[in-house]
Unconditional design. Structure first.
Length: 186
C-alpha cells in the first residue's frame, strides 16, 4: 500500500468517526443531567425556605394579634399576653410540623420605646428564643398611626439548606419574622 493510499484510508476513518452519531445522546445527557439535577435541588430547597418564611411570618403576625387582644377570649385563664403570643407561635409552627427549638431571638433586638415613659423596652425574658415586647410605641410604617401602643413579636428561624457543590451546602440560614399589632379592647 502506498503512502497516498494509507492517507486516504485514515482520512476515510476520521471522516466516519466525525460523522458518526451513535452514542451522541448519551454524551449529551451526561453533560446536561447533573446541571438539571442541581437546578431541581435548588428549586426544592428554595421552595422549602419560602414556605418556612410564610409560616414564620404568619406565626409572628398571629402571635402579635393574640398578645394585643385584651382581654383574650381564646386564651387560658390567668395567662399573660406574652404567654398568649408564645402559645400562638407554638401552635402555628406545630401545625406546619416545624420545631420551636429552631427559633432564636433576632440580633440586634428591635429598639422600641415604652408607651409610658419613652424608655427602650427589652425583649421579654420569659421565652428565651422569641422577642416579645408588650406595651411599646408602634412606628408609623405600613399606614399605622404614630404613637399607638401595641405589641411587637420578632424571632428568627434557623433553616438548614443542603445544596451540594455550592456555597449553600450545609449552611444554616436565618429566616427573620417580625410583626406588630396595636392593643385592642373588646
Amino acid at each position: 500500500m502506498t503512502q497516498t493510499a494509507k492517507k486516504t484510508v485514515w482520512n476515510e476513518i476520521l471522516r466516519r468517526l466525525v460523522c458518526e452519531t451513535a452514542g451522541q445522546e448519551i454524551a449529551e445527557a451526561a453533560a446536561v443531567l447533573p446541571l438539571m439535577f442541581m437546578i431541581l435541588l435548588g428549586i426544592f430547597w428554595f421552595g422549602q425556605a419560602f414556605s418556612i418564611y410564610g409560616t414564620t411570618s404568619r406565626a409572628a403576625h398571629e402571635a402579635a394579634l393574640a398578645a394585643a387582644e385584651t382581654p383574650c377570649t381564646t386564651c387560658a385563664a390567668g395567662s399573660t399576653p406574652v404567654q398568649n403570643a408564645y402559645n400562638t407561635i407554638q401552635n402555628v409552627l406545630g401545625t406546619a410540623s416545624m420545631s420551636v427549638n429552631s427559633l432564636h431571638k433576632p440580633v440586634p433586638p428591635p429598639a422600641l420605646l415604652s408607651c409610658s415613659g419613652g424608655v427602650a423596652v427589652p425583649c421579654d425574658g420569659t421565652h428565651g428564643n422569641v422577642c416579645i415586647q408588650p406595651n411599646v410605641q408602634l412606628s408609623g410604617t405600613g399606614g399605622g398611626a404614630v404613637g399607638v401602643c401595641g405589641v411587637s413579636v420578632s424571632f428568627t428561624y434557623q433553616y438548614q439548606m443542603w445544596l451540594p457543590f455550592t456555597s449553600l451546602n450545609n449552611q444554616a440560614i436565618q429566616i427573620r419574622a417580625a410583626a406588630q399589632a396595636p392593643l385592642e379592647s373588646r
